[in-house]
Design a protein around this ligand. Structure first.
Ligand SMILES: O=C[C@H](O)COP(=O)(O)O
Length: 214
């Protein structure tokens, strides 16, 4: 099981979370990555934790003010990137372009989507992974794996119908080891979570609790 901790724009200390994630991953053997703000990628990567960007765009070098290019993200130490997160939606052509740009830069890709139909479309673009997240459950206290287990199972089936090599993650409201375990039983090979760690009083304890049953 892969645990991807998205720090969004929460006012946590990215280095504290990164160091905790690095240590918990090493102690547990569970793959854990941290996805900080773009400006923090290099500092977070320097801790040794697997580091992901929250977004890259489709552009290459040129006159694209405000762009996040894949190459400098990779150069800063990122190993992968989210694309089309629910809070950073892109047009279809730009999702495709961002996947291609990330591939050229050597970044692993995870395309986010709202529902199984979108997961099938996302998988058709050839990313390494897709993540299903019902927007109404993001940031809440109830895990997608509990509130809507069918959406996870249907997303796994939708991706497999298109390309069995695409990994399927799920996210929204996941905060406990039991949530992670249930997501795995539903067929997800990874989880995407944010508030359960980034807003925790003790992020290290929150991470330890997540991996405890694995
Ligand atoms: O990127 C993470 C997801 O949007 C889930 O966020 P959450 O764990 O706060 O529900």
């Amino acid at each position: 099981m892969f645990i991807l901790v998205n720090l969004k724009a929460y006012p946590c200390d990215p280095i504290e979370v990164a160091a905790a994630a690095r240590d918990v991953a090493a102690a547990s053997g569970v793959r854990i990555a941290v996805s900080p703000q773009a400006a923090d990628i290099a500092r977070v990567a320097d801790t040794g934790v697997e580091t992901w960007a929250q977004h890259v765009g489709p552009n290459g070098v040129g006159s694209h003010t405000g762009s996040t290019l894949a190459e400098p993200v990779a150069d800063a130490g990122a190993a992968g990137t989210l694309i089309n997160h629910s809070e950073r939606r892109l047009r279809l052509a730009d999702i495709d372009g961002a996947v291609r740009a990330a591939e050229r830069a050597g970044l692993a890709t995870c395309v986010c989507a709202n529902n199984p139909a979108q997961i099938g479309a996302a998988a058709a673009l050839g990313p390494d992974s897709v993540a299903v997240e019902p927007p109404e459950l993001i940031g809440g206290d109830v895990s997608v794996a509990t509130a809507d287990p069918g959406i996870v199972e249907d997303a796994v089936a939708a991706a497999a119908d298109v390309d069995e090599s695409v990994e399927v993650y799920c996210g929204a409201g996941i905060s406990s080891g039991a949530d992670v375990e249930t997501a795995g039983e539903l067929g997800a090979s990874g989880i995407l979570l944010a508030s359960g760690v980034a807003k925790a009083d003790d992020p290290r304890a929150a991470l330890e609790a997540l991996v405890e049953p694995l």
